[in-house]
Design a protein around this ligand. Structure first.
Ligand SMILES: [Zn+2]
Length: 78
């Protein structure tokens, strides 16, 4: 399979400060939306389902605008 069909990427910007994203250690959960593992107790549970924040409409990132710089990932820069 060609790489361009297997992988996709896009620049994103954090929608909230990094220190709010650092979670607590806990038992991983599985998102019922896409089946990905959710770590650090970031799952959103309710209505009989468990979702990651992105599937629950609470993503910690948003697509970056063309003029924006890439997200800073160092906590000292938050
Ligand atoms: Zn999900």
């Amino acid at each position: 399979m060609p790489d361009e069909r297997l992988l996709s990427w896009q620049p994103v910007a954090l929608a909230e400060p990094l220190h709010r994203l650092v979670g607590r250690h806990g038992k991983p959960a599985i998102c019922q939306g896409w089946g990905e593992e959710i770590i650090n107790q970031r799952e959103i549970a309710g209505g009989g389902s468990v979702l990651c924040r992105a599937c629950a409409g609470q993503a910690y990132y948003r697509p970056a605008q063309a003029a924006e710089q890439p997200a800073r990932l160092c906590p000292c820069e938050v």
